[in-house]
Design a protein. Structure first.
Length: 394
């Protein structure tokens, strides 16, 4: 009898033959190791968040216990776990974290059946948007012949905790798409964002996608988070800047000397700094971002000069609504437009599209209509004229 195989990814040097257990138990234990290898880090804790209930449902309670016992000496856990709020975070320790992922095949038909059953149960809870999106995603292909070699050529990403881990995530995600394994679509109850395998692909890889056999185009909202900030903080210089896609440039102009934004890495790094200032919140009661010794104090000062009153508004919003409220509210406003309005309308018109937070991916033949629809809904929702940019390459 020919059994189906389950391919699992583990760090190079970890021998699957040494995983304890009989029958299909090694595959279940290895599945836990794969989660640490191919799932993205949480951007704040720099660990892989794992929901214990979901994991036990996938591999069994006993297998979780044995996996933690076997992998325990090789892994690290975070200290920010809170019941009902934050799932526990895990990551490989130093001896394994910098290792490239290697694919291993396991013969485990019952375990494969269990995973497929769990996936079907997850899809049973889809709403109408997720169901149509799932259908459209099953008509995506990735036209890159040798994905491993291609990913090796991608430049490193500044600020990445572990570059090897990032590339492992990209390669696994790309290979799953090439094998028509698109995983589950999840929608956040907190901010309304949709998370799927396409979100995890690098902008260097997404241009290789085909949607219903056509090349894809991404239509992005320039200065997206500041754009939605301007809809609640009515500052004329801010509204003017975001409507022209110049939010970051006008802060940079206040720096002495200004940074060189012709270097795309410098520009992306600057954007991360600005967003970290906007979304900063107390660490153990210490408001570090307001101190003179704060490493980005000059950038923060430049932002206050470019947009008078913005720093005070952010502080007041944080005190009045909570430390993470501004980020959640801005992302919720984004999701309300991009998913509940734009994506829902496109689906009703039979136009396949994929949301990537502050952008929409569509077929080349649909790009004009999609951009017009995005412009209409963004303007209607915020009364601010948006700047929309098309991209077909990194």
């Amino acid at each position: 009898m020919k059994y189906r195989k389950l391919s699992l990814y583990l760090p190079d040097g970890l021998d699957p033959k040494e995983i304890p257990g009989n029958g299909e138990r090694p595959a279940r234990i290895a599945y836990f190791g794969q989660q640490l290898t191919i799932r993205p880090f949480d951007c704040l804790s720099k660990h892989v968040p794992i929901n214990a209930t979901s994991l036990r449902k996938d591999i069994s309670k006993r297998a979780v216990i044995e996996a933690l016992k076997y992998f325990g000496p090789m892994i690290e856990t975070n200290q920010s776990y809170k019941v009902g709020k934050h799932p526990k975070g895990y990551r490989w320790g130093q001896s394994m974290r910098g290792k490239k992922a290697v694919k291993h095949d396991f013969i485990c038909p019952r375990f494969i059946e269990k995973l497929n059953s769990n996936k079907a149960s997850g899809k049973a809870h889809y709403g109408s948007i997720e169901r149509q999106l799932d259908e459209d995603m099953h008509n995506i292909s990735l036209d890159i012949p040798n994905i491993a070699d291609y990913i090796n050529q991608i430049p490193p990403k500044l600020g990445t905790r572990c570059e090897t881990h990032r590339r492992n995530v990209l390669q696994y995600t790309a290979e799953c798409i090439q094998c028509s394994d698109y995983g589950l679509i999840l929608r956040s109850n907190t901010n309304g964002r949709i998370y799927c395998c396409i979100n995890r692909l690098s902008s260097y890889i997404r241009p290789g996608l085909l949607l219903y056999g056509e090349p894809v185009v991404e239509i992005d909202l320039a200065s997206s988070q500041p754009y939605f900030l301007a809809s609640i903080f009515k500052c004329l210089p801010l509204i003017d800047a975001v409507s022209k896609g110049q939010f970051y440039n006008r802060i940079n102009e206040r720096l002495k000397p200004p940074l060189n934004f012709t270097n795309i890495s410098t520009y992306k790094s600057f954007k991360r700094i600005i967003l970290s200032i906007i979304f900063a919140h107390n660490k153990y009661g210490y408001r570090y971002w307001t101190k003179a010794e704060f490493k980005h104090a000059q950038v923060r000062e430049a932002m206050g000069k470019a947009y008078p009153g913005i720093l005070e508004f952010i502080e007041q919003y944080r005190r009045r609504n909570g430390p993470t409220a501004l980020a959640i509210d801005m992302q919720s406003a984004e999701s309300s437009v991009f998913i509940d309005r734009v994506l829902a309308t496109l689906q009703s018109q039979g136009i396949p599209s994929i949301p990537i937070h502050d952008s929409i991916m569509c077929r080349l033949s649909d790009v004009d209509h999609v951009q017009e629809l995005m412009h209409m809904h963004l303007t209607k929702e915020t009364s601010i004229r948006p700047t929309l940019c098309r991209s077909v390459s990194a």
